[in-house]
Write a protein that binds this ligand. Structure first.
Ligand code: SF4
Length: 284
């Protein structure tokens, strides 16, 4: 019997990135909806930093004057909430060491960027993706959030990383490309996307800032890559990509269990570009 698979109705920078890293992991997360086996401290830290920085700028947008101590308390509460009720892979860290590290990172960020003229925080967007080789609309539009939008129109993407970034990281970065494409599509180009990377070196954390300025034509590499990836997802093939990253994979057991139906017995329910509604599931 054929097993039908329904794709999420929209794509995202995270989906594209996940699929290109490991299609099997993509299937576990976005199609089968499998509960992750653990939460990584990188995820907990990244999410808490986003919400503390978001809180800071929302206070300023509301005309208030936030203070660093309260921002750190917001951060600590988010770290605790992120680690509550789920298995966490702590490795050599502890809740206390993670909090101390996070507080340092937040202080570095607010000292350098706390006065930015931010217009909005966590701004949602949805844009169509057009295949540059055919001019056709892809069935799934892309949904996402701009972390910060500045008064001058720049978009800021916040990242935490255990290593420094360089220009080579940006040229083919699917997430950065997605935000540049979305901004060009929504506002007209050239878009200015600023990436703030908080590098969490134990002794001396630092902040790196990169500016990516691209017009619509310069988005072509990303658009072609996104289209190829979307076609591959729609084909319903989810092979594993075994690598050293498997040790860090929160779906490692599910990957081994073979919960996906065999590829030959699987059919992806296609989406129609015109109305974005999935076809009805076949009876039975
Ligand atoms: S364990 Fe490795 S191959 Fe399996 S889903 Fe995770 S990353 Fe992919």
């Amino acid at each position: 019997m054929q097993r039908s698979i329904r794709l999420p109705p929209t794509t995202s920078a995270s989906q594209l990135t996940c699929f290109t890293m490991c299609a099997r992991k993509f299937a576990c997360r976005y199609i089968l909806g499998i509960e992750p086996e653990f939460r990584s401290i990188q995820l907990i830290l990244g999410s808490a930093m986003h919400s503390a920085i978001g809180w800071w700028f929302e206070e300023r947008i509301a005309g208030r004057t936030p203070d660093v101590t309260t921002a750190e308390n917001v951060l600590a509460a988010d770290l605790q909430a992120g680690a509550a009720g789920v298995p966490v892979r702590w490795k050599t860290s502890t809740p206390e060491s993670l909090e101390a590290e996070a507080r340092k990172l937040l202080r570095v960020y607010l000292a350098e960027k706390g006065n930015l003229a931010v217009k909005s925080v966590e701004t949602p967007f949805q844009v169509d993706i057009v295949d540059p080789s055919t001019g056709e609309l892809l069935p799934r539009p892309m949904k996402g959030y701009f972390d910060l939008v500045l008064e001058d129109g720049r978009v800021v993407e916040l990242k935490t990383s255990s290593r420094g970034w360089n220009e080579h990281d940006l040229a083919r970065h699917l997430q950065v490309g997605a935000y540049s494409y979305a901004r060009n599509a929504l506002e007209g180009g050239p878009s200015k996307v600023e990436i703030h990377v908080l590098v969490k070196l134990k002794r001396e954390p630092r902040l790196e800032t990169f500016l990516v300025e691209r017009g619509e034509q310069q988005d072509d590499w990303w658009t072609a890559a996104a289209a190829e990836t979307e076609y591959a997802i729609a084909a319903g093939r989810f092979p594993p990509s075994p690598s050293q990253l498997c040790y860090e994979c929160e779906y490692a057991s599910a990957c081994l269990s073979g919960d996906l139906a065999p590829a030959s017995e699987r059919r992806v329910i296609p989406l129609r570009a015109r109305d974005r509604e999935p076809e009805p599931l076949p009876a039975g």
